[in-house]
Unconditional design. Structure first.
Length: 443
């Protein structure tokens, strides 16, 4: 058995009951085999064994009081996976499904993603099983403050810098940053995704979605085409989905679907994004409410968005949202390219099905890296006490996404897997972290 497969097997045994973490490791580790075989120095130094073991993981109690005066308890997590190339960096997810396995898979992927950005950021992730749906602003604030009452001792501008993810946007980051500042007395960039009024960066709100579309722009260019006149199917209707749709439309495409965990909307005229922003960002409502604005649109409860014919598909909701049955529908309807906005949108079976049927595919760690890349630019602006113009940040984002595409393509080609951006992203992301670990000794 190869070094990579042996380590994967050992880790699965050592971490039972962590299916998402197993899945993330299985998607990455075997694809590193040609690189590891070529460089035995990494096996000798135990790089892979060290890389799959988080440097530290914290789990804690989060008590808070709801509007009826009842005490509620949630569980908080922060997994500080790797600081080989920079301070731990990665978002916080608040969703009832959150558990250690999910946070570990996200933190593990984040190591490779952050490495691909070319910026000095290590990998981490955190969150809670808190469900903000139906909660008042005061309840969300009470939860966020209690969460930070514990987390503050583990984070800091040069130590670990959280940001948003599912269920964590500008409102939550604001409440958490306020509490962090109160407890530490430090006005430092210990969070990214902050609002513009207190140290946020222009383009951070848009960055993941815009970056995803810039990645797809590079993929389409390699196939001698563009977004012009393409039909795009998008899942989700949160931060990533909304700004991916906005940029795709700007580049000439028509976006015909969006969804949430209850169902999807189909609008053959192209989704009215101002309406979606009003429903999702202002009213915090359900996507089905779109039909009140656009009577000719359709709403399909519990439907599979991948059944809608398209040229391009951008999954932007959550992990394992596009499985083999969805991939079959996309292929049957002639979809030419898929890029993951959500982390681990597909499983390996669906990924292989898409690739084997000629669909150009980009994995999340490359395609959605624009969010964390602009987070790193926010950190740079904070530490230099500067703020850059929208055009400057957007231009840097576009160039970072181009570089990621090129790095992944070249790494795939170098190891005999031309066009396989999954293998390319894994190898290109791994190589920098592995080399940094080697140079820093046994730590
Ligand atoms: P939001 O909370 O803004 O939106 C999440 C969207 O996905 C909502 O429409 C939500 O619907 C839907 N969704 C969430 N969980 C599920 C589920 N279990 N089943 C079906 N639908 C679900 O999150 P983001 O847009 O920030 O994140 C979306 C994805 O992008 C995540 O995978 C995240 O990890 C990834 N990502 C985010 C980045 C960022 O900068 N925000 C950066 C890189 C990746 P509902 O309202 O019904 O829950
Ligand atoms: O998955 C991700 O890359 C994010 N949620 C963004 C992380 C960040 O630190 O901006």
């Amino acid at each position: 058995m190869s070094y990579a497969m042996r380590i994967l097997d050992d880790s699965k045994k050592k971490n039972p009951n962590e299916p998402e973490f197993h899945q993330a490791m299985t998607e990455i580790i075997p694809s590193l085999t040609p690189f590891l075989d070529e460089h035995p120095k990494y096996e000798k130094a135990g790089i892979l064994e060290r890389m799959i073991e988080p440097e530290r993981q914290v789990m804690f109690r989060v008590p808070w009081v709801d509007d009826s005066g009842k005490v509620r308890i949630n569980r908080g997590y922060r997994v500080q996976f790797s600081s080989a190339i920079g301070p731990y960096k990665g978002g916080l997810r608040f969703h009832p499904s959150v558990n250690l396995s999910i946070i570990k898979f996200l933190a593990f992927e984040q190591i490779f993603k952050n490495s691909l950005t070319g910026l000095p950021i290590g990998g981490g992730k955190g969150g809670s099983d808190f469900d903000s749906k139906g909660k008042s602003d005061r309840e969300v604030m009470a939860f966020c403050q209690s969460f930070i009452d514990e987390l503050y001792r583990h984070i800091g501008a040069d130590q670990d810098i959280p940001a948003g993810d599912i269920g964590v946007g500008g409102r939550e980051v604001g409440f958490m940053y306020g509490q962090y500042k109160r407890l530490t007395g430090q006005y430092e960039g210990a969070f990214t995704g902050k609002s513009l009024t207190y140290g946020g960066s222009l383009v951070r709100t848009e960055a993941t979605g815009y970056g995803l579309v810039y990645m797809m722009e590079n993929m389409l260019a390699a196939k001698n085409t563009t977004f012009e006149d393409k039909t795009v199917v998008i899942s989700g209707s949160g931060n990533v989905a909304i700004y991916a749709a906005e940029k795709a439309v700007k580049l000439g495409a028509k976006v015909v679907t969006m969804s949430d965990s209850n169902g999807y909307i189909y609008d053959g005229d192209g989704i009215d994004l101002d309406a979606v922003k009003q429903i999702k960002e202002v009213q915090r409502g359900r996507i089905s409410e779109y039909l009140k604005v656009k009577k000719t649109a359709e709403y399909v409860e519990n439907g599979l968005v991948w059944s809608v014919p398209c040229n391009i598909a951008l999954p932007c909701a959550t992990q394992n949202e596009l499985l083999k049955n969805g991939a079959e529908l996309l292929v049957k309807n002639g979809c030419m390219a898929v890029a993951e906005g959500s982390n681990m949108s597909t499983d390996l079976e669906a990924t292989h099905y898409l690739q084997d049927n000629g669909v150009f595919f980009a994995p999340g760690k490359a395609a959605n890296a624009g969010g964390v890349a602009v987070s790193a630019l926010e950190m740079a602006q904070n530490s230099s006490r500067m703020s850059w113009a929208f055009e400057e940040v957007d231009c840097r984002l576009r160039s970072i996404m181009h570089d990621i595409y090129t790095e992944c393509s070249m790494a795939a080609e170098r190891y005999g897997m031309k066009g396989n951006l999954v293998a390319g992203a894994n190898i290109a992301g791994f190589r920098k972290v592995a080399e940094a670990m080697l140079q820093q000794g046994v730590v």
